[in-house]
Design a protein around this ligand. Structure first.
Ligand SMILES: [Zn+2]
Length: 447
């Protein structure tokens, strides 16, 4: 048989009846109002043997434990993948952006509501499945790179725009999956309005033009692909003038342009007729080396288990620090996460649990002066290990472990990278210097 496909979306915008701490940028940034809605967007795809559900959330990220594993257990006959767009204008779902360092910004009532909405969304996407034809296409024109700033040397971007589309027997859209790479933080750290940012603009436009539902997922956004660091201003096609930086108009112009490029590339889409679907996951233990994360896990701000030797380790101890005095810290060594590979005929999708640096995906690793491990061996390059004709990367898939940084570029100690007078940004939001090796080698072992 051919494919069955479905789609559903559920509103996950938090109520503003109580304080909502916005995720990303600095702490204690509270929401004032909502500019547009946040969604859980869910597509389902089956070949009669294997059924896959992919959820994308307009959120900063969602931890593998407890949330993704909990939902997986509820949908045992379905392969469930839950990604986040890494939106910086939504509620804190990790706990890192509360009023102060030792107070979580996560609201447990919102988390319960979120999980119930995701559950509903998955059920509806599964319930709406109908016969479908599947098409795939991609674009990598230079203009897509002009819309990505790169905030950290080496300048390596990933323009790849991948699209997977299911249509019904009349040609009407069922779902369109759009994968590109950029931080949803167009408005910058002073914005206090909830918005789905440019992924929301892309999805609205695609849904309006071709029907069905749209799902946006982000690829390699580490290192640091962001509209905040654009080399030249975007041009507003309505006025032919430059768009003002960090504005809702900039977010719209960016989203509409990516959507238009996606719509153009539909015209050369290839039909996926090989109906094989297979998904492989691999659990990985990653050393939790980040000192602040260890303290936050010890003090209960970061709520996820820590492991030693593959077993949950609940031990805590105290650490004497210059910034906080004596603080509680976990004594366990690792966190449990996951990588995955999803194959559908000529399409291969790598599922990466965080924000991977583009040079680990496409190549372009370099040894820069000032790095802490100048002789570090290069990690295997993900797209070089992949075999599909269309190689999708879904970042923040089933987890958000932060930045996945090449070891040869790791820099926590002076002198700083590229003789800079300031330390590079990235390591503070990474588990450690060996995270990239574990992620890249684990992907290599299952592709
Ligand atoms: Zn980020």
């Amino acid at each position: 048989m051919g494919f069955l496909a479905g789609f559903s979306k559920e509103d996950i915008t938090p109520s503003l009846d109580k304080k909502v701490y916005l995720a990303g940028f600095g702490r204690n940034r509270t929401a004032e109002d909502a500019h547009d809605r946040l969604w859980a967007r869910c597509l389902s795809l089956s070949n009669g043997k294997t059924t896959v559900v992919l959820v994308s959330l307009d959120l900063i990220g969602l931890f593998y434990e407890p949330y993704v594993l909990k939902l997986r257990r509820e949908f045992e006959n379905t392969v469930l993948i839950i990604a986040s767009t890494h939106n910086h204008n939504g509620p804190d779902t990790l706990g890192l952006w509360g009023p102060d360092v030792f107070t979580s910004g996560l609201d447990s009532d919102y988390m319960s509501l979120l999980i119930s909405r995701i559950r509903l969304c998955i059920g509806r996407a599964l319930g709406s499945m109908k016969r479908a034809r599947l098409f795939v296409t991609m674009d990598e024109r230079e203009e897509l790179m002009d819309m990505q700033g790169d905030g950290r040397p080496p300048i390596v971007k990933d323009p790849t725009l991948n699209i997977l589309r299911a249509v019904d027997s009349t040609g009407e859209g069922i779902f369109t999956l759009i994968q590109w790479s950029n931080h949803p933080e167009t408005l910058g750290g002073s914005n206090r309005l909830i918005t789905a940012d440019f992924p929301g603009v892309i999805c609205d436009k695609i849904e309006g033009e071709v029907g069905g539902g749209a799902v946006y997922v982000n690829g390699a956004i580490g290192g640091l692909l962001s509209p905040l660091d654009l080399e030249k201003p975007l041009i507003d096609l309505e006025t032919s003038g430059k768009v003002e930086h960090k504005t809702f108009r900039e977010m719209e112009v960016l989203g509409l342009r990516v959507a238009d490029i996606a719509l153009e590339t539909f015209e050369r889409a290839e039909e996926v007729k090989n109906a094989s679907i297979n998904v492989k996951f691999k659990n990985i233990f990653i050393p939790l080396r980040n000192r602040l994360f260890r303290i936050l896990a010890g003090t209960g701000v970061l709520k996820r288990p820590v492991y030693t030797g593959g077993e949950v380790d609940i031990r805590t101890g105290y650490l004497n620090t210059s910034e906080f005095g004596y603080v509680k810290t976990v004594l366990g060594e690792d966190i449990l996460s996951e990588v995955g590979v999803f194959n559908i005929g000529p399409v291969q999708i790598a599922l990466i649990p965080g924000e991977i640096y583009p040079e680990l995906v496409n190549g372009g690793l370099v040894r820069l002066p000032g790095a802490d491990f100048p002789e570090a061996p290069f990690e295997p390059i993900i797209r070089h290990s992949m075999s599909g004709k269309y190689k999708f990367i879904i970042g923040l898939a089933d987890d958000e472990i932060g930045y996945i940084i090449p070891m040869c570029e790791w820099d926590e100690e002076p002198p700083w990278l590229n003789n800079s007078s300031e330390p590079p940004y990235g390591e503070v939001n990474s588990l450690g210097y060996d995270t990239a090796r574990i992620v890249c080698e684990s992907i290599l072992s299952i592709v």
